[in-house]
Design a protein around this ligand. Structure first.
Ligand code: HMH
Length: 205
């Protein structure tokens, strides 16, 4: 099985993970300030959790995957700085508790540390590909949010996701890893949807 087959098997779940009124509002400018602020803080906390997860994944990666995972680790650390700069620009504090949805995502990433390498790698590929597709749907973005759309629309990010997909394909080639990887994929799709819903409905929309 190829990693992309997981998407083909669950089109509804993938659609729910990558399309959301939050993203439509990024595109047309109707995004409430509270929804944006919730997303910015919670995604900053998420990226911090992702950095820890990726560091441990790199530690157990086969030689062929070290390059793409080491590059991703450096990129995610830089992304924390980017979030901090954005928060400063918007006058938003990056402090506050994790929303239960972000806490559930963190717990999921933590549990993957005990799961197979293939399952953890497929999860990383899926969550990055979900962001690539989600923000692509918001192109070009209302002027206020255009920088955010552009952040995930760079050729470098697309190449990173392609590199993760090639690594996931290699990990899945053995065949015995499929069950755990498919479960991890479904969980990513569900959590990605929940993350948009959290940002959008926090204020009772
Ligand atoms: C919720 N999923 C979420 N946030 C992100 N920043 C990414 C994926 C991609 O890094």
């Amino acid at each position: 099985m190829k990693a992309a087959t997981l998407i083909d098997r669950r089109p509804e779940a993938w659609h729910a993970a990558t399309r959301h009124p939050f993203l439509d509002a990024v595109r047309d400018g109707a995004l409430p300030a509270t929804a944006f602020a919730t997303w910015l803080l919670q995604d900053y906390l998420f990226v911090g959790d992702l950095l820890s997860f990726q560091a441990l994944l790199l530690a157990r990666a086969p030689r062929a995957d070290q390059g793409v995972l080491a590059g991703g680790l450096v990129a995610v650390e830089a992304e924390l700085g980017w979030f901090e700069a954005q928060a400063g620009r918007w006058g938003l504090a990056l402090a506050g508790p994790r929303h239960p949805t972000a806490a559930a995502y963190r717990a999921f990433l933590h549990n993957l540390e005990q799961d197979t390498y293939a399952a953890a790698l497929v999860a990383l590929w899926a969550l990055e590909r979900a962001y690539l597709e989600a923000w692509r749907g918001a192109v070009p973005g209302d002027p206020a949010y255009r920088e955010f759309v552009a952040h995930w629309m760079t050729p470098v990010f697309a190449a990173y996701v392609a590199g993760l997909e090639a690594a996931a394909d290699r990990a899945l080639a053995a065949g015995d890893a499929e069950g755990a990887a498919e479960r991890a994929f479904h969980e990513v799709a569900r959590l990605e949807h929940d993350f948009w819903a959290m940002s959008w409905t926090e204020e009772g929309r």
